[in-house]
Ligand binder design. Structure first.
Ligand code: ZN
Length: 158
């Protein structure tokens, strides 16, 4: 968290035009950069979980409200019947797990911030590519360090 603010602060120092997008999550109060189209809004939630949680809550509420209607009740009865027969298969769009949703929220946030910083459109695919590359480099560096340690041990003994 401290590291996150160090990065955020240094980004805002070098990219002062981004300061107007600095917002605070209305739920957890963390600072983050809003999408330019939401600049100035004070009712935003952060992309680190709160936005997702809220979206999920709303959709649960919607479906609870729907199943309380006569139409919804009838539909549920049918669904439950099918389920009892084991006929219900995974839906066409299988529900995404929470972690995946959170990650895709983060990737789109990073893509948005990168677009703002680089003043060009940085796609989520590009961010993912960069992440993969960075992780590969990271593990290569670690391997080199280990090789070095092993070489040192071989030379000088433990
Ligand atoms: Zn939050």
């Amino acid at each position: 968290m401290k590291q996150y603010y160090v990065v955020l602060r240094s980004v805002l120092r070098s990219q002062s035009h981004l300061r107007r997008y600095l917002r605070r999550c209305r739920h957890c109060r963390i600072f983050f950069l809003s999408h330019p189209r939401n600049a100035g809004r004070s009712d935003l939630r952060c992309p680190f979980g709160c936005r997702e949680a809220h979206r999920k809550q709303r959709s649960t509420k919607r479906s609870v409200a729907y199943y309380a209607t006569a139409e919804g009740k009838a539909k549920k009865k049918i669904q439950n019947g099918k389920r009892a027969q084991g006929a219900v298969r995974a839906e066409a769009n299988p529900p995404v797990t929470g972690a995946q949703e959170l990650h895709s929220g983060m990737v789109s946030y990073v893509a948005m911030v990168a677009s703002l910083i680089e003043s060009r459109r940085v796609s989520e695919a590009e961010i993912l590519q960069r992440l993969v590359r960075a992780m590969r480099q990271h593990s290569m560096a670690r391997r080199r360090r280990m090789d070095y340690v092993v070489a040192q041990l071989n030379q000088h003994g433990p």
